[in-house]
Design a protein around this ligand. Structure first.
Ligand code: MSP
Length: 656
């Protein structure tokens, strides 16, 4: 059976140059695509640019060029960014491509003809940044939570897609397909959103307001709403045709489609898109993988906030594999992460230069010195230490495959680095430099060297997905010219060729000085000579007011508190209370906690989150609900922020 895989990134808006956030999603998609190929799949990876709509028309007008000229320029920047990052898509799609436009129009016509698109009056709150109407519930303090701007009230006649017709089907689909949206917190977010009736989706913009879009085939006074056009890229890139005369690509790859996005565009992907597909008579995509944000100074990276990290500058400064490794190792998929060059340099020095780089150079130096620079024969006998290393390496390949398949790239890299560290320990335990002094230990020395080379080979196999250049260097150094493949190379003893001459071995990673820092990091510490940002000033003025230290407690007093990590399963407002939310949490048993956070969090914002609770607080009745515990939160200037853990951990884990 031929196993297939189709992986996509969002198509990025061409209103601004590529930044680290775009690069992260694309590196994840590329890594997964490479991983699938190593696992024997025929895998296809698509990315591209989203080129219509208000944002692009506005950016072009500000630059004094036509929208198409502007789109061409920025789309080119995206296309030029991927090769230096070793991001290798099979297809780069642009929504201004005439083939895409024709497919979007025929889909619109088909859905219109079947009565799923209707014309009606509408008044709504429109956010320019999101390019969509927002519901009152989505606003935070009257502002769009992503763009921090008040939406504009717009009234006009428009065309609407009858999304509500497919709401029940979508709820069932989400419930019956547990990994349709992952990680689970995002599936819960979608389900909680679907508790309210869906409003129909406005899919047109009058040409009096916007002309930069795909004309509606049934009314040329309107262009298509950019999201309706953009989502269809996932089909047009496979040669889909609404008349059923599809390209083979569509037949082969659509059933295995997996989309990767960040949480900013969860709603269009988890609600608009499946209902659109259903209306088209197509099966929905297989999986939606949702990641968190890369933040700088605790704020999402974005052009409008001026805290952009440019991926090509990072690659020029630190090298492509360091950047890829850092992004995948540092972020727990689904949760937010903070970017800093200090953290990147630390990872490079400790994980790459020290752990992996040293293992590699020490092992190959021994081959040069003790075995005539040739791969020795495999040992006839294995000691307990040898067997342990072998078992670990074999187990690592299995765990890495499971974790990469689950998008737990940080865990997969931890699996690999456990073996790196065991192999470094194996060198110390076997003291090859001492063995070399004793002619009677020659055979043992050769065995140790063979085992180290074999371990390096096993380590380099999954690294082909994450750090293709480094892994290729390692394969070359070990005399392997075949393509990486788990099936034929994934077990100890698979394909080192004894007697192979090893050439000169390049160092894998240089050590870096902790001296570079991004401008924003420098500003954060106030050592750049530049004025602090508004956000910094705000943070400074918001520093906690001290109200005198709390009385000291003994360690035993502290131990009396049962602090645990709990996952919020459900949340709802308590009627007649402005302050209280009723939370159902898992810790790991299910319990109800009443929390005074309703003025700071909407219920759907916290479903799926992990919080820290005091689990052994005496139960109390609050507004008629029995509360079993307390959620910890930090307070500053009257604002509450829930406490949490930096990495996902099983619910019920003890906090000590
Ligand atoms: N054009 C739409 C997507 C249409 S897909 C049919 C769009 N474009 S975007 O340029 O704004 O890209 C958003 C995506 O860029 C996010 O979903 C994510 O993949 C990536 N990121 C942008 N900023 C990011 C961070 N700060 N952190 C992580 N990823 C980020 O939305």
């Amino acid at each position: 059976m031929i196993m297939k895989s189709y992986i996509t990134t969002p198509i990025f808006y061409v209103n601004a140059a590529p930044h680290l956030g775009h690069a992260y999603t694309s590196i994840v998609a590329d890594t997964y695509n490479r991983f699938r190929k190593i696992a024997g799949y025929t895998s296809r990876f698509q990315t591209g640019t989203d080129e219509h709509g208000d944002k692009i028309a506005e950016a072009a007008a500000n630059s004094g060029v036509t929208p198409k000229e502007y789109a061409d320029r920025i789309s080119r920047q995206f296309q030029d960014t991927w090769p230096p990052l070793n991001v290798e898509p099979d297809n780069f799609i642009r929504t201004t491509d005439p083939k895409h436009i024709a497919v979007v129009q025929s889909i619109l016509q088909k859905i219109y003809d079947q009565g799923d698109i209707v014309f009606s009056d509408y008044t709504g709150l429109y956010c320019q940044g999101c390019e969509r109407f927002l519901t009152e519930k989505e606003l935070v303090d009257g502002l769009c939570p992503d763009h921090k701007k008040a939406p504009e009230e717009i009234s006009e006649k428009n065309y609407f897609f009858k999304m509500s017709r497919y709401q029940d089907w979508l709820i069932d689909h989400l419930k019956n397909n547990s990994d349709f949206v992952t990680p689970e917190r995002y599936k819960n977010e979608v389900l909680s959103f679907l508790k309210e009736p869906l409003t129909d989706l406005c899919i047109s913009r009058p040409t009096s307001r916007l002309t930069w879009g795909i004309p509606l085939p049934f009314d040329n006074n309107y262009v298509t709403y950019v999201w309706f056009d953009a989502l269809i890229n996932y089909l047009t890139g496979l040669g889909y045709s609404p008349d059923g005369r599809h390209a083979d690509l569509f037949r082969d790859f659509w059933p295995v489609a997996e989309h990767i996005i960040a949480k900013d565009i969860l709603k269009p992907h988890a609600i608009f898109w499946p209902t659109m597909l259903k209306a088209m008579g197509l099966e929905p995509y297989q999986k939606l993988h949702v990641h968190g944000y890369w933040n700088v100074d605790d704020t999402k990276m974005s052009k409008s906030l001026g805290n952009i990290i440019k991926p090509l500058e990072l690659v020029a400064d630190y090298g492509v594999d360091t950047v890829r490794y850092f992004l995948l190792r540092e972020m727990s998929f689904g949760l937010d992460s903070s970017f800093s060059t200090e953290a990147l340099i630390t990872r490079q020095n400790s994980d790459l230069a020290n752990d992996l780089g040293n293992l590699f150079s020490r092992s190959l130096a021994m081959v040069k010195k003790f075995t005539g620079n040739q791969i020795p024969e495999p040992p006839k006998e294995m000691t307990e230490l040898d067997e342990k290393l072998k078992r670990r390496a074999n187990k690592m390949i299995v765990s890495v495959q499971r974790n990469m398949g689950d998008f737990s790239f940080n865990k997969a890299l931890q699996n690999i680095w456990e073996v790196v560290s065991k192999a470094n320990k194996y060198i110390v335990e076997n003291a090859p430099w001492t063995l070399a002094k004793d002619p009677d230990k020659k055979e043992r020395l050769q065995a140790v060297i063979y085992n180290l080379l074999e371990t390096l080979r096993m380590i380099s196999l999954p690294l082909h997905a994450v750090m293709p250049d480094t892994a290729r260097k390692m394969f070359d150094a070990l005399g392997i010219d075949a393509e990486p493949d788990f099936a034929s190379m994934g077990e100890w003893g698979a394909n080192l060729k004894p007697g192979t001459d090893l050439g000169e071995v390049p160092p894998l990673f240089p050590r870096l000085e902790q001296k570079r820092k991004t401008e924003s990091e420098a500003q954060k510490r106030g050592d750049s000579g530049k004025p602090a940002s508004a956000a910094q000033e705000k943070r400074k003025s918001a520093s906690p007011k001290k109200s005198g230290p709390a009385p000291q407690v003994t360690f035993d007093d502290f131990l009396r508190l049962d602090l645990k990590v709990a996952t919020v399963k459900a949340a709802e407002k308590i009627p007649k209370s402005d302050r209280l939310l009723k939370l159902t949490v898992l810790a790991p048993e299910e319990r109800t906690i009443v929390a005074g956070i309703a003025e700071h969090y909407e219920p759907e914002q916290i479903v799926g989150k992990q919080v820290i609770i005091v689990a052994n607080l005496q139960p109390v009745m609050l507004m008629g609900v029995e509360s079993h515990g307390m959620v910890l939160a930090a307070k500053n200037d009257g604002k509450l922020v829930l406490s949490s853990v930096t990495d996902e951990i099983p619910a019920g884990s003890k906090v000590a």
